[in-house]
Write a protein of this length. Structure first.
Length: 131
């Protein structure tokens, strides 16, 4: 999907959205021009997002933690493209459901700050049992 949005003949910076709203608008225009809205139900978008997340994970399969931190330039670019695919589907999903991603993320961060107070969570990977 990333290549379709940013063909090699056009600089990615020429079309770089400045906000999630601008990205959502660009994605909507992209889908509308191809009559893909008929396929973009929340279920289908969520499924596509998971497929792309799996493709992202595939790049790290069988790597050690250290190797995953030291990606070469080509691997890092491939990972960046998979990350972009995940983001693009997430933005489309949020648009289809009318969810403000920035507000939802801010709300979730506030929840996590309450669930994981610094004095109790610092240096620990233990999952909180507080809901």
């Amino acid at each position: 999907m990333f290549q379709a949005l940013c063909p090699s003949t056009v600089s990615a910076d020429q079309h770089k959205p400045a906000s999630v709203a601008q990205l959502a608008q660009r994605l909507q225009q992209f889908a509308d021009a191809r009559d893909w809205g008929q396929f973009h139900s929340p279920k289908n978008l969520a499924s596509a997002l998971i497929v792309e997340a799996g493709e992202l994970l595939e790049h790290f399969q069988w790597m050690t933690e250290e190797q995953s931190r030291l990606l070469d330039v080509d691997k890092k670019q491939a990972v960046a493209h998979e990350m972009a695919d995940v983001l693009l589907y997430l933005v489309q999903l949020s648009s289809s459901l009318g969810v403000d991603l920035m507000a939802a993320a801010s709300e979730k961060m506030a929840i996590n700050e309450r669930k994981y107070p610094v004095d109790q969570a610092r240096g620990s990977s233990k999952k909180s049992d507080v809901s």
